[in-house]
Design a protein. Sequence first.
Length: 388
Amino acid sequence: MSRARRAARTRAAGLFDESVAEFFMRLAIREAEKGLGRTSPNPAVGAVLVKGGRVVAHGHHARAGAPHAEVVALARAGARARGADLYTTLEPCDHWGKTPPCSLAILQAGVRRVFVGSRDPNPVVDGRGIARLRRGGAEVRADVLRGECDRLNRPWFHFITAGRPFVTLKIATTLDGRIATAAGDSRWVTGPEARAAVHRLRDRADAVLVGAGTARADDPRLTARVPGGRDPVRVVLDTRLRLPRTLKLFRQRSAVPTLVAHGLARPPRLPRGVEPVRCRLRGGRVDLADLLGKLAERGVTHLLVEGGAQVATAFLEAGLVDQVACFVAPRVLGGGLSWSRGPGPRRMAGALRLDEVEISRLGDDVLVQGQVRRITRPAAGARRRRPR
């Protein structure tokens, strides 16, 4: 029996087929992925409307302020939404913002059943969307493929609960842990496939950060050279604003700004498209926690940290790294610059551990990704709301 026929039969009998629900939720996840990196400070959400075992409409949240995924799908379905099943990767919102509540739109459209992936941890939602749907007479099945839906919006969940951007630390290293030769040459540690993967990481992050040393030595553009992609906000640490204005970061024209984190009371005038961000100082350098708070205020939910060694060490020592993406090349320098400069723990038991480790081959290189094992505590005064 085909999946469509089985879905129609179980629906007619008022039954719940878990495998059918997971199939359509995966379609909703694919829809949500279209919005990754484009919806901040909102989450990426996908929705699919199903009737008679067939998809009648789908939609995703394209950008902040635009209609939510559920509303997009309902508009495309029109009258076909009545009596249909709705699959959505995140609990529908239940409050007024730039757009009306999705829960009301769903009920008004006559949707019979709603399948929800992730529950929304934002206090302005947090179960209210599901409760309204049930009060309105819709049947709700929650936690369908919740793990996969939660991973989809991991940075956004962190942003909401911790009050700061989710931080991914990206490293490109040789087998012996070197990121450059003793002379400072780092082009290129990894091959073209790995570098293309880095551009995809940038495409899905809201901002990318480097230190003044990397900006001066490599003169990077920090753009996402991905077909159909978009560039992240560029952030450079320059405590005394001493970087030359001739750097590509300061000269290139882009739809997104370059932010320069500094600690001066009266910063000099910067080139057009370059914005100073004054931060507190800690140990004579930009206080990274303060910077993350200011980036959160700008709607940055996911920050990609690309280096260099001093910056990577500073983020690690401050306990501000949430995910590590380490690209390892099959090369051995036998010397050169290491990517970590801190003293580190005295015993192996104190080493930083990663969970949910994923390993993938990229040409001759290997990418090791994992989540930092740590209990994250909400930041004091964190704004826990869902922008619309």
